[in-house]
Ligand binder design. Structure first.
Ligand code: C5P
Length: 242
């Protein structure tokens, strides 16, 4: 474990800024931006406030993750990636299921100016939901195949469930990034919102995750600082064990 990480365990955390209220958004940017490695601007914020949401996050954050999960024809995705590049974000998501040509177009438009992350399977999808979508085979097989595609097309990494990280890490060594939402503190298990495939910060880190996306467990907590301290403690413990 590097000494930089020892001093800065929350550098491995991205806070999801999902709220319909601008003053809350602004407060979260101020409160969490300097504390964690990344602020994540999601669909909700971007559709409501557009570039202003990105600018506010950039003003306070060390790095900004624009989580738009793009999925369209290659030419359109390429144009959107160029626009994101122009707005100075550091990470951007596209859907791996958009296929090889779309991933290549995204990566080419990004050059080395921002990191393209391919979303594999959304973490709210459990086996039943996948069956209803008529997606046969195991979720993990699909995730591995799509991660391989992301790697082959030059993407910087993937977004995956923490429960898939260990298998993916074997197949995709660093510097390929494994970014995991679906993080829940042990104490809050049972109250998992709409996330189905979840793990604690420590479990995800030990499995090989690079960046943990955390939203509601921090932003909706009565005492977000206490939750950040607990996450930081778990990360430090996990990194010491690696
Ligand atoms: O509040 P919570 O911790 O569940 O937030 C998770 C964040 O990660 C949300 O902003 C969600 O959009 C995002 N995300 C996810 N699953 C993915 C990709 C992104 O939950 N596969």
């Amino acid at each position: 474990m590097g000494s930089q990480e020892k001093r800065d365990p929350l550098g491995r955390v991205a806070i999801a800024l999902d709220t319909p209220d601008w003053s809350t958004y602004e407060r979260w940017c101020e409160q969490f931006g300097p504390r964690v490695g990344v602020l994540k601007v999601g669909l909700e914020a971007f559709v409501r406030w557009g570039h202003e949401a990105v600018e506010m996050a950039r003003h306070h954050a060390r790095r900004v993750f624009l989580d738009l999960k793009l999925h369209d024809i290659p030419n359109t995705v390429s144009g959107a990636v160029l626009a994101a590049r122009g707005s100075g974000v550091d990470l951007l998501t596209v859907h791996a299921s958009g296929g090889e040509a779309m991933l290549e177009a995204a990566q080419q438009a990004a050059e080395d100016r921002l990191a393209i992350l391919a979303v594999t399977l959304l973490t709210h999808l459990d086996e039943r939901a996948l069956e209803a979508l008529d997606l046969p085979g195991s979720g993990l097989d699909r995730v591995q195949k799509w991660a391989g595609l992301a790697q082959a097309t030059g993407c910087a990494g993937v977004v995956c469930s923490p429960l898939e990280v260990a298998a993916l890490r074997e197949r995709c060594p660093p510097p390929f990034l494994l970014v995991t939402p679906g993080i829940r503190l042990r104490a809050s298990r049972g109250g998992q919102d709409d996330q189905r495939r979840v793990a604690t910060p420590g479990e995800a880190l030990l499995a090989g995750a690079d960046l943990l996306v955390v939203g509601r467990p921090v932003t909706r907590a009565p005492d977000p600082e206490a939750v950040l301290r607990e996450i930081s403690r778990q990360i430090e413990e996990a990194l010491t064990a690696i």
